[in-house]
Design a protein around this ligand. Structure first.
Ligand SMILES: [Mg+2]
Ligand SMILES: [Zn+2]
Length: 191
């Protein structure tokens, strides 16, 4: 489900950074984020997004928000939290091109809950991506599994709930999104 922007313009396929939200851009605790005030950006998140954009990527956030299905928040609250994300990042000089969320629960059998690929398909329907130069980054195995399912590169960030990704996670992950932003290729001026 698209939370941002209100409407989309189809452009040419661009390299796209598909990013998880909780534990990747903002702090994630064991409690669900169910109101805008609970959303706290990581200190380096905006710097990371600026660098990713400088390297020629669109920034698209894909997030599971099962707190809606669980009855902990309304769809309106889920939208408001995602808009706060966009606003806080903008305030810090960074921009997000789009945000999509899955409001369903694990037992709902939807196609959009990560590791399902429904959210990325929805994003691509709105705006095509240059998939060979796109990637997904997140703090959980489900983010990496979604990347595999969509046929794009997947990167683990060692923030949020990365420890749930298993004992070998530390070896294959990036310290945070900023470390990853520094490592990804610059796509500008290349075909
Ligand atoms: Mg996460
Ligand atoms: Zn869903």
């Amino acid at each position: 489900m698209r939370a941002w922007p209100p409407s989309v313009k189809r452009g040419a396929p661009a390299p796209t950074a598909f990013l998880d939200r909780d534990g990747t851009l903002n702090r994630d605790s064991s409690a669900y984020i169910t109101s805008p005030e609970q959303l706290k950006l990581y200190a380096s998140a905006a710097t990371a997004l600026k660098l990713i954009a400088l390297k020629g990527y669109r920034v698209v956030v894909l997030t599971n928000q099962s707190a809606v299905a669980r009855g902990y928040m309304t769809m309106a609250a889920a939208r408001a939290i995602n808009l706060k994300l966009v606003k806080d990042l903008r305030h810090a000089g960074a921009s997000v091109d789009a945000v999509y969320f899955c409001p369903h629960g694990p037992g709902d059998g939807c196609l959009c809950r990560k590791p399902g690929t429904g959210l990325i398909k929805e994003a691509l329907k709105d705006t095509p991506a240059d998939m060979a130069r796109s990637f997904m980054a997140g703090d959980k195995n489900s983010d990496l599994a979604m990347a595999r399912g969509a046929g794009i590169k997947g990167y683990l960030v060692l923030t949020g709930q990365w420890r749930s990704a298993g004992p070998r996670a530390a070896a294959k992950g990036y310290r945070d999104l900023l470390a990853l932003a520094r490592a990804i290729p610059d796509t500008r001026g290349k075909k």
